[in-house]
Design a protein around this ligand. Structure first.
Ligand code: CA
Length: 232
């Protein structure tokens, strides 16, 4: 397998060093940046396979770096957050981050997250050359292979995860899944992860998909159990 390059953007040297040491041990090539400006430069110049991005950084913060990188790249971005407010911001805003991990974190968890995100992005990359697989549900048409969703003929701008969650539920229409199941199946985390991630992704998906997101017709809540896609 070709060696993957991870860019670590983290101003605390001790944290950066220990992550680098562990990623090298796992066979990853590692690049480092110690402030937001350098991080942005390297993210755009070195084309890493994944970016670990701290939120609080000198010059340009991690949110801004994330937004800027997203203007031209779909590289997986895993945010390193230190505080609850940062988690809310990562989850709540349309930053385009793929995932986050809260400090302090264990190296096994970090590496599991990195591998899961790399797997997802490789699958999405492969699917671009796959033949179309159109399925229609009411006024929605989902191209199961090519990550495209149209509503009344208009393309919806979904993030990778939003699409994957929609596809997972739509392929199994009318079956209810718990948030833990969805985290495991759609995000690829067996033990780690935060079920709020599922709720926030469902909320954003509804805002894009539904005529009225507070009265959804497609992505339904089964109270006390989880979520399902209702076949129209
Ligand atoms: Ca920092």
């Amino acid at each position: 397998m070709e060696q993957k390059t991870i860019l670590i953007v983290e101003d605390e040297r001790s944290i950066s060093d220990i992550i680098k040491f562990n990623l090298n041990k796992e066979g990853f090539q590692v690049e480092t940046a110690y402030d937001g400006r350098e991080g942005l430069e390297k993210a755009l110049g070195l084309h890493p396979d994944l970016i670990l991005l701290d939120v609080m950084l000198p010059y340009v913060d991690g949110f801004e770096v994330c937004r800027k990188v997203r203007e031209s790249s779909t590289v997986p971005i895993l945010m390193l957050t230190a505080k609850e407010e940062e988690v809310d911001k990562v989850l709540g805003l349309e930053l385009g981050a793929d995932d986050y991990i809260t400090k302090p974190f264990g190296m096994r968890e970090l590496i599991a997250r990195i591998r899961a995100n790399l797997r997802r992005s490789a699958q999405a990359e492969e699917s671009k050359s796959a033949p179309a697989d159109l399925q229609t549900f009411g006024n929605l048409t989902i191209d199961m292979n090519r990550y495209e969703v149209c509503k009344d003929g208009k393309v919806l701008e979904l993030t990778l995860r939003e699409f994957e969650l929609l596809r997972y539920l739509a392929e199994r229409a009318d079956r209810v899944f718990s948030r833990e199941q969805l985290l495991e199946e759609v995000w690829g985390y067996e033990y780690y992860g935060d079920i709020r991630t599922v709720d926030v992704t469902v909320r954003r998906l509804r805002e894009k998909l539904e005529d009225n997101s507070s009265d959804p017709q497609y992505i339904m809540t089964k109270r006390g159990v989880g979520y399902y896609f209702r076949r129209p």
